[in-house]
Design a protein around this ligand. Structure first.
Ligand code: FAD
Length: 485
């Protein structure tokens, strides 16, 4: 959408001494965010003179009220691409004394570079940070006084953007227009390494307790399930949910399209000190200098973003088919379940574009190599009480992509080998069937726990299930031992 010029509008900034801390217009299509921000502003002594749900309304309000500050969501209807930003440029041009705060739910500052670099009295804040009231209000005041405020999380992306523009920066150096708050965080963007010594210590402790670890030993291949059942009383299936969801669309066969785990495990091995031939025996998958598109918005996707940035990717974009969740959860609706809200990981903070409600239609390339991906926006509508996906006509767009990583979740355990040879029943979702009272499968000597039993989940669940399963195995073995011969 092009934001139309407002002809004949002359800037006539008015002093609003009676307006407390300042007069503000808030524009965001997400009514929850809008109301949250407004409530914060009002409680903090600002006067909210108008609120808008799209860019057109915003421009009308700004023209009508000439506020001190316009707080603008970057993505708004009708296409959700960058209408807020376009409106902000327009406001900057026509009413230069109005402070502008760009709000974004995700880190994608590249588009806003020109605005940020070219003027004062501007801010770029992540919605997730707005919950820190003091910080937010402090940022607004600094912007109104003529300063610029950029959320520290955006530094990496700014650096990447500069790199793309071939501007040389020393490692850790900052674009000159970044404010002090950003500079303070500049040095600590690298995530601390995993404390391997803690893992080593636990392994040593378990070995001392009598556990034998056999690595590089795939059960079902290197050793059969029957052999284990012959030699041991009990077998616990804890092999995880490793079957990745695929995307069967044109161009899937192109070089450069990979499952996330093929990419991530190589890097884990390198970090663990493995030589390249061992870490990547089938060839390295590198993101260096590439435009990376990660399909899937979960934890695996986050890991792909972090790893790609560390490889030195030219750009990283994450696509998610579901709509963007709210920034703040509705606790009344979700408690005690895991609340639905936008999650911004440290990998996102290091730099990645995030696109929601996007369907990948096909991969395109030449000479057998992927070069781009064609997408379309979708909308989610309620049909007979279920959410159904509809493609939005005319919303097609293409992204440059030299490396595509599938991080769309896992369908369940891999069946060939271990599960197949165990011969245990599977549940309707394809996981190994066992309950959480005794973790026993359809074979009384085989137990199952963790992702292999419950499907793709979280570490905390795996730990809990592992412990409870061990208790159940212990109880069974003790009962067997006590049973009369
Ligand atoms: C990329 C990624 C990122 C994640 N990020 C998070 C996160 O941030 N937070 C979180 O809570 N959860 C996260 N998860 C989920 C979490 O890792 C799992 O829920 C958890 O590890 C499950 O534990 P598990 O012991 O059941 O299975 P796993 O940890 O998957 O362990 C299964 C093990 O069994 C081995 N195995 C499989 N088959 C065989 C066989 N036939 N023979 C011998 N060994 C076999 C596998 O090699 C593996 O080592 C993530 C998952 C992935 C893939």
């Amino acid at each position: 959408m092009t934001i139309p010029a407002r002809e004949g509008r002359v800037e006539e900034h008015v002093e609003h001494a009676a307006a407390g801390r300042g007069r503000v217009v808030v524009a965001d299509d997400d009514v929850l965010v809008r109301e949250g921000v407004i409530s914060l502003l009002e409680r903090s002594g600002f006067e909210v003179v108008g609120q808008a749900g799209d860019a057109e309304q915003l421009l009308d309000l700004v023209g009508e009220h000439l506020p001190d500050l316009a707080i603008i969501d970057i993505r708004m209807p009708p296409t959700y691409r960058a209408e807020g930003l376009a409106a902000a440029h327009h406001i900057r041009k026509e009413f230069s004394s109005i402070g502008i705060v760009l709000l974004s739910a995700y880190v994608a500052v590249n588009d806003a570079m020109d605005l940020l670099a070219s003027c004062e009295r501007v801010g770029y804040l992540l919605k997730s940070r707005v919950t820190d009231v003091n910080d937010f209000i402090d940022s607004l005041e600094r912007i109104m006084k003529g300063g610029s405020v950029v959320d520290p999380s955006l530094i990496m992306e700014l650096l990447n953007a500069r790199r793309e523009r071939q501007i040389q920066l020393d490692d850790g150096a900052l674009p000159d227009f970044l404010p002090h708050t950003a500079a303070v965080r500049a040095a600590d963007w690298r995530i601390a390494p995993v404390p391997q010594d803690l893992i080593d210590r636990r392994v040593a402790q378990m070995e001392a307790e009598g556990v034998i670890f056999r690595t590089n030993m795939e059960v079902g291949k290197a050793v059969s399930v029957q052999r284990l059942l012959d030699d041991y009383e009990v077998l616990v299936l804890a092999g995880g949910a490793e079957l990745p969801r695929d995307l069967d669309i044109p161009g899937r066969e192109l070089d450069g399209v990979h499952f996330a785990m093929d990419f991530l495990t190589q890097q884990n091995k390198r970090v663990a000190g493995d030589a390249e031939e061992k870490a990547a025996p089938n060839g390295a998958i590198s993101a260096k200098g590439k435009h990376v598109v990660v399909i899937g918005g979960g934890d695996t996707g986050s890991d792909c973003i972090g790893t790609s940035n560390r490889h030195g990717a030219a750009s990283v974009t994450q696509l998610e088919i579901l709509p963007q969740p709210p920034v703040r959860e509705n606790k009344a609706l979700t408690w005690p379940d895991w609340p639905l809200k936008l999650r911004t990981s440290s990998s996102h903070e290091e730099g990645a574009g995030r696109e929601f409600s996007v369907l990948t239609k096909r991969f395109v390339g030449s000479n057998g190599k992927v070069e781009a991906i064609e997408c379309r926006h979708v909308e989610w509508v309620s049909e007979n009480g279920r959410m159904a996906m509809r493609e939005v006509a005319g919303s097609e767009f293409t992204l440059k992509a030299d490396l595509v990583l599938f991080a769309m979740g896992f369908l369940g355990p891999r069946v060939p080998g271990l599960v197949e040879q165990s011969g245990v029943d599977l549940d309707p979702r394809g996981n190994v069937q066992a309950n959480t009272s005794d973790y026993r499968t359809s074979n009384p000597r085989i137990f199952a726990c963790g992702d292999m039993r419950r499907g793709q989940s979280l570490v905390v669940w795996a730990i809990r299930e592992g412990r409870q399963c061990a208790e159940s195995v212990d109880a069974w073995l003790m009962a067997e031992a006590r049973a009369p011969a």
